[in-house]
Design a protein around this ligand. Sequence first.
Ligand SMILES: Nc1ncnc2c1ncn2[C@@H]1O[C@H](COP(=O)(O)OP(=O)(O)OP(=O)(O)O)[C@@H](O)[C@H]1O
Ligand SMILES: [Mg+2]
Length: 366
Amino acid sequence: MAQVKLSAIGKRFGAVKVINGIDLQIDDGEFVVFVGPSGCGKSTLLRMIAGLEDISEGDLFIGDRLCNDVAPRDRGVAMVFQSYALYPHMTVYENVGFSLKMAKVPAAERDAKIREAAKLLKMEELLERKPAQLSGGQRQRVAIGRAIVREPKVFLFDEPLSNLDAALRVDMRMGIAQLHQDVKATMIYVTHDQVEAMTLADKIVVLDQGKVMQVGAPLELYHHPQNLFVAGFIGSPKMNLLTVDAKGAGAGKITVSSGDLAATTFDINETITSESVVMGIRPQALKLVPTDQAQLPATVRIVEHLGNETVINAELASGGNILAIVPGDAPLKYGEKIGLSFETADAHLFHTSGPRIETVSKAKAA
Ligand SMILES: Nc1ncnc2c1ncn2[C@@H]1O[C@H](COP(=O)(O)OP(=O)(O)OP(=O)(O)O)[C@@H](O)[C@H]1O
Ligand SMILES: [Mg+2]
C-alpha cells in the first residue's frame, strides 16, 4: 500500500506545456478519479505516475520514495488501459500470469496468484480460453487480472470501461468498486463518465488545461463547486448558468436580476457593489410554478417524458435556453408559457471571471 504525492508536477512536450504545477496528495488506499475535458492531461498525468512519461518538473513520491527516475516496473504500480491488448495466442491463464513468468516467479506461486486473481474477478471458468473466445467485458477483466497478480501498491486505470456497452459498464463498475474493497490498494482512475466518477471516487480531481480546478469528495464538488468550470463540468445534465446583473443591497447582500430573472436577493460573504455575476442553478433544482409567481418565466420548446421525470427544454425571454427536470409526468406542450422558480439556497453565484461567491445559506449548509 502506498500514498502518492505530486509536488509542483509539470510536463512539457517540446515547447508545449500540458501539465502545469500540479500539487496533489492521494492517501493510502484512497480511490481517486481524474476527470476533465478531452486533452486536459488526464492520461499524461497517469502515465507520469506510471513512469511511461518523463516528469519535466516537480517531484513524484510513491510511498516515501522519490520516484521521478525510478523505472516503471520498480514503482509498485500497475496500469490498466482502455485497449486491453491481450496476447491472442495465449490462454487467459497465460495472459494473467505472463508478467510473473517474466519475473521468474516459481510455477506453484504463480499458479496460486493467477487462481486467486481469477476468483476475485469471477473468471475461474474462463482460464483455459483464448482472448478471441471472450466478450469485451471478460477481456477487460483479464486485463485487470494481469494487474492484480503483480500485487501493485497503486492501480492506475485509464478509461478501462469505455469500450463496453452500458449494461456491462454498470457491472464492471461494481466489480471495480468490489476489487477496491477486496485489495484495499490505492487506485487512480481516469474516466469521462460522470456516474463512474461520482460512484467510485473517494475524491475527484477536476482538471482543465493541465491544471487542477478543484479536488474534493464527489458531493462536495456537486453541491459546492469552487468555480464556474467545476460548476459546468460536474453534474449531468449541466447546471444552467445565467449571466445576471448584481447590485449591492446593504451589508452582505446582493440582489441579482436580468431580463429573464425576477429580482432575487442573496446573503453573501463578500462586498459587491455592482457588476455582472453568473448564477448557476441545476435543472433538478427548478420547480414549475404558476406563471404569475415565476422567478424565471419561460416558453416550452422540447419536452422529454422519461416516465419518472420530465425534462423540459425552455426558452427564456432573452432567447437563452434553460433546462428543468421535474419529477413525474408534466403534461406540457411546445410553445406553452411556464413559470420556473427555485430556492435561493439551491442557486450558486460566481464572478464572471470564475471564482465562487460564497452565499451565507450555502456556507451554513456545508
Ligand atoms: N507524445 C505527445 N507529444 C505531444 N503532445 C502530446 C503527447 N501526448 C499528449 N500530448 C498532448 O497533451 C495534451 C494532454 O493529452 P492527454 O492524452 O493527457 O489528454 P486526456 O485528458 O487524457 O484526453 P482524453 O480525454 O481525450 O483521453 C493534449 O493536448 C495532447 O495533444
Ligand atoms: Mg486520455
